[in-house]
Design a protein around this ligand. Structure first.
Ligand SMILES: Cc1cc2nc3c(=O)[nH]c(=O)nc-3n(C[C@H](O)[C@H](O)[C@H](O)COP(=O)(O)OP(=O)(O)OC[C@H]3O[C@@H](n4cnc5c(N)ncnc54)[C@H](O)[C@@H]3O)c2cc1C
Length: 430
């Protein structure tokens, strides 16, 4: 590939919030190469609707901590949870520094919304496009850095590993099929979730857990591959493709779930896995392919001001949420497991780091509390940066034979199979 250096200080696979925030915290004199499997702005980070949690005052620490642990079925790492919560106010100040706008009241104070599993409103938001607001500002900031190059539609197909150490990665240009090695002193895997492996998912289709498969192939430790979160409410459609999310904050603001006779059947504000179970049970009882969500209790002002994208999407699908209930169904949404990392995003392979949805740092346990993932991804990516910068320079690089990657379809099939088999194995052992 033209213009690519022989060697970089850091190679980052992924241009979602995790990859971008890491790049922003690496030294300005370090040469950084970022890879994005699709266009740089086509990441799940851009899709996040509901918001981002923050410790809004020291008094809320215990409740926020307890909510996160309860949602995670107490399988979370308490130290990781505390680290995330305590780091959140500074992180939000940084985001505001990049120009990110969160909803505020008439006096300029933050407004907070609420989602399932939260005992308090503590979620900052920007209409129903919080992810786009955050990620587009970070992407602009990264694009302005002279030491960072972003290669779009280029996929990491493997790491270059020898004797338990990572020397960079093998990259495939998706347009031409060209394969080339990229050497780096430190490598970050930030390739997001696994939704593309599922028939029904809210995730972009190109997010297929590539870093996980690469980790499995190279003996990098992974954890809880079977912990997949199903979101209770995506817009029901017979069409093929990505499922449109109806954010949980819609229920946080008062929307109710109804069965086929128009009756409520559960507490809508319980954690996601429980509400999903209740919906599935109700669909079975009713013999239906979906249940209904009634947004009318929110009123026109809240719907149009807080949820304009959802409002428009439903109108396009033929439903006016101010008058009609909408059909909703659970779908794959988030991945709690991943590549096992420590508090600084280190994997068990030297010079190899992971952050964001592809990593498992212990924050989420068995089930993620709503709006904790942008926060967790941003914080761990930022923490990984100084550790990556501290890796010494590599003096000599191993040769890499690229022949094993020539059959791309076969490689991807094997990767998907490896993830499925590992998930089944873990589920069986639980
Ligand atoms: C519809 C929706 C709504 C959500 N709402 C919220 C919310 O309100 N609050 C919240 O906290 N979380 C929310 N989430 C979850 C949150 O958005 C994600 O967990 C988070 O954005 C993950 O960030 P990331 O940087 O790890 O991955 P992503 O943002 O998904 O980015 C992954 C990047 O990796 C690249 N990539 C993938 N494979 C490769 C490869 N092999 N080589 C090179 N590049 C690769 C992709 O192209 C992309 O650039 C939502 C998710 C979805 C799908």
């Amino acid at each position: 590939m033209e213009g690519i250096l022989k060697k970089y200080g850091a190679l980052i696979a992924g241009t979602g919030v995790a990859g971008l925030n890491c790049a922003l915290h690496l030294p300005a004199d370090m040469q950084i190469l970022m890879l994005s499997k699709d266009a740089a702005d086509r990441s799940d980070s851009f899709l996040a609707q509901g918001g981002i949690c923050v410790l809004k005052s020291p008094d809320d620490f215990k409740k926020y901590f307890d909510d996160t642990m309860r949602a995670g079925h107490y399988e979370n790492d308490p130290e990781a949870v505390e680290l995330m919560i305590r780091s959140s106010p500074a992180l939000i100040r940084e985001l505001v520094g990049y120009g990110v706008r969160f909803a505020r009241d008439g006096k300029g104070n933050f407004r907070y919304t609420r989602e399932g599993g939260h005992s308090e409103p503590r979620i900052l938001f920007h209409d129903d496009v919080t992810g786009k607001e955050i990620t587009s500002h970070l992407l602009s900031a990264v694009r302005a850095l002279p030491n960072v190059r972003i290669l779009e539609r280029c996929e990491l197909v493997d790491v270059i590993a020898k004797d338990g150490e990572c020397f960079g990665g093998v990259v495939r240009d998706l347009a031409s099929g060209e394969l080339f090695p990229v050497y780096a002193d430190a490598t970050l895997l930030a390739t997001g979730g696994v939704g593309g492996l599922w028939e029904n998912s809210t995730n972009y289709r190109h997010l297929t857990g590539d870093a996980l498969a690469i980790a499995l192939k190279n003996g990098v430790e992974v954890e809880h591959i079977d912990y997949v979160q199903i979101h209770p409410t995506t817009f029901y459609s017979e069409k093929h493709g990505r499922r449109f999310l109806i954010s949980e904050s819609v229920r946080g603001e008062g929307a109710v779930l109804l069965d086929k006779n128009g009756n409520r059947f559960c507490n809508e504000l319980l954690p996601r896995d429980i509400v999903t179970g209740e919906i599935r049970e109700q669909m079975k009882k009713d013999g239906t392919k979906h249940v209904w969500l009634d947004m009318r209790p929110l009123g026109e002002k809240t719907v149009k001001e807080h949820f304009p994208t959802i409002y428009r999407h439903c109108l396009d699908e033929g439903y006016d949420v101010l008058k009609d209930s909408i059909p909703v169904v659970p779908a794959q949404h988030y991945f709690m497991g991943g590549i096992k990392v420590d508090k600084d995003g280190r994997t068990n392979m030297k010079r190899l780091y992971a952050a964001g949805e592809t990593a498992c740092n212990g924050v989420h346990g068995k089930n993620r509390l709503a709006s904790n993932s942008l926060l967790e991804s941003l914080i761990w990516a930022e923490r990984a940066a100084p550790a990556m910068a501290g890796e010494g320079k590599i003096r000599s690089f191993p040769e890499k034979d690229l022949a094993e990657y020539s059959d791309y379809d076969r490689l991807k099939e094997n990767y998907a199979k490896a993830i499925r088999e590992e998930a089944e194995k873990e589920a069986y052992c639980d």
